[in-house]
Design a protein around this ligand. Structure first.
Ligand SMILES: Cc1cc2nc3c(=O)[nH]c(=O)nc-3n(C[C@H](O)[C@H](O)[C@H](O)COP(=O)(O)OP(=O)(O)OC[C@H]3O[C@@H](n4cnc5c(N)ncnc54)[C@H](O)[C@@H]3O)c2cc1C
Length: 496
């Protein structure tokens, strides 16, 4: 990791917004004095506060400061299937939460992430997640554990977790205002618990610098919502400010995948402040080039999470496993591969660009569900295998998708309306011939024609060199033709 930092310093000047944030000396007078100060109120920060209470620290000696005007960060919006275990996991599966169980989850998570995760950190995460899950259950969060088949060798759309924990959503959305994914249930439960235990939370109060005295971090300098600079003294400071998708300087400087994002589901407060502050006091960094995301990043669709970004027909179509080509009109991967894998292929394409192509027999909701065994972005997850309802998990074929874009959340648009709107807006391109489609997309028409002919032949023989499942191979032949231009859609940067 040191090597990475040194190399970057030699070859590229660090842009201003990516530079370490230097610490400041202690003030003459402190505004607050606490035992534990947590910067950032996502699930990481909230769990840290709960951990501090568990360690016996009184709630009124713990403080959280948060840059946004709400508690929960991105976590409040996340779907949040996570590898997890714990007491109820054992009960649910009748198996001990032992080294074998942990190892299975470890292997599958590594596989999903193309072996790019820090193994020691992942192991710790799996061990500790069990405590977190147990704690949330003690708070009354009902959690569904799902055991899924391990992914086959050519990783396809199976969700490759040995077990996932999902908070069960309740029908009454008003209980979780502003939440969309399941994780909002975790953050709401944690927020309530911390309030009951007198933990102070200051909203719209970004940390600006760490305060350092004789080489030791002794507090934080922050700015309140009224614009006042305050100094908070703390025996322990925990930085839990999430990733840096909204810091373009960091995205560019650390290169790799984040620079290629077409859209991000992250809140705009995720600007890498904690990473830069900790670098300012000498911390090392790792995995900064890594990313979490999927295909389907349409330019101009930004934060708003599921309501504004995912729930667009253009995103649904971009992520549907029809034919996908790069800017040279070449196919480059199994479009049905797990999104973590598609992302890696997509990021390697020129300009990070992809075009997903359809004919007129496969763009409506029912057609997508039938032909591609998936669903559209009215619902949060396009996994064709499982769907969660209030009580159980069933294959999607047997269960209609839950509509998550609820009128109370301020944005509700059925897929077919969104399809019409996205076509009018030019986010979905329509053409009567392949030549016309190529011209509108800026692709070489002869090359695109050839790629489509070859793909149609693959659909007929049902033998795909990229390994797409035969039942998902549908030829592109009935005009009009449709296409969506997209890049990466990111939801986090795991480095730090
Ligand atoms: C739609 C969606 C679906 C997802 N689904 C999954 C999933 O199924 N499984 C999974 O594992 N992950 C999922 N993720 C990713 C997951 O949400 C994040 O990795 C996780 O929430 C990060 O938690 P965190 O506590 O580290 O950061 P965050 O939740 O982002 O919290 C960081 C907080 O720090 C605050 N902050 C930033 N700078 C400062 C500062 N200077 N001072 C004070 N506060 C600051 C931010 O405002 C924010 O509230 C999903 C994300 C999205 C958007």
């Amino acid at each position: 990791m040191v090597t990475q930092t040194v190399t970057q310093e030699i070859y590229a000047p660090i842009p201003e917004g990516a530079k370490p944030i230097p610490p400041v000396p202690p003030p003459d007078k402190w505004d607050y004095d606490v035992d534990v100060l947590i910067v950032g109120s996502g699930i990481g920060g909230l769990m840290a506060a709960m951990g501090a209470i568990e360690e016996g620290i009184y709630g009124n000696r713990i403080m959280i400061i948060e840059k946004a005007d709400y508690v929960g960060g991105e976590s409040r919006h996340a779907w949040f299937a996570c590898p997890a275990g714990g007491k109820s996991w054992s009960k649910a599966f009748g198996k001990p939460w032992d080294e074998d169980a942990k190892k299975r989850i470890f292997d599958l998570t590594m596989q999903l992430n193309n072996y790019k995760l820090d193994p020691k950190l992942l192991w710790k995460f799996i061990e500790w997640s069990a405590n977190g899950i147990d704690k949330l259950e003690e708070l009354g969060v009902k959690i569904q554990f799902i055991e899924l088949p391990p992914s086959p060798p050519t990783i396809t759309s199976y969700t490759p977790y040995a077990a996932m924990a999902l908070a069960l959503r309740e029908k009454d959305y008003s209980k979780y205002p502003g939440t969309i994914g399941h994780c909002g249930i975790y953050t709401t439960a944690a927020e309530k618990f911390l309030k009951e235990n007198n933990v102070t939370t200051l909203l719209e109060t970004p940390a600006m610098n760490l305060v350092m005295d004789n080489g030791v971090v002794v507090g934080v300098r922050a700015k309140t919502r009224e614009g006042k600079i305050i100094h908070i003294k703390a025996k322990r400071v925990i930085l839990s400010t999430g990733g840096f998708n909204y810091n373009l300087d960091m995205c560019k400087y650390y290169g790799g995948l984040p620079a290629l994002q077409g859209s991000t589901l992250c809140p705009p407060t995720k600007t890498g402040d904690g990473i830069r502050m900790s670098q300012g006091v000498g911390a090392d960094i790792s995995d900064m080039h890594n990313i979490e995301g999927a295909e389907g990043g349409i330019d101009g669709l930004q934060f708003g999470c599921l309501t504004q970004s995912l729930q667009q027909a253009a995103v649904s179509l971009a992520r549907t496993p029809s034919l996908m080509v790069n800017k040279f009109a070449e196919r480059f991967c199994n479009e049905d591969a797990m999104y973590g894998i598609v992302v890696l292929h997509l990021a390697r394409q020129p300009d990070g660009l992809a075009f997903t192509i359809f004919d007129s027999t496969m763009i409506h909701k029912e057609e997508i569900m039938e032909k591609f065994k998936t669903t559209v972005c009215e619902a949060p997850d396009p996994s064709p295998y499982v769907w969660l309802d209030e009580d159980h998990v069933v294959p999607v074929e047997q269960h209609p998708p839950i509509i998550y874009n609820h009128p109370e959340l301020g944005f509700y648009e059925p897929y077919e309306d969104s399809l019409k709107r996205n076509i009018e807006e030019g986010k979905i391109i329509v053409a009567n011939t392949i030549e016309e489609l190529a011209e509108k997309l800026g692709l070489d028409s002869q090359k695109l024609k050839k790629t489509i002919e070859e793909y149609n032949e693959i659909c007929r023989t049902k033998k795909d060199p990229f390994g797409k499942r035969p039942e998902l191979l549908h030829p592109i032949e009935v005009p009009p033709f449709y296409a969506v231009k997209h890049k990466l859609m990111t939801w986090d940067t795991p480095g730090g």
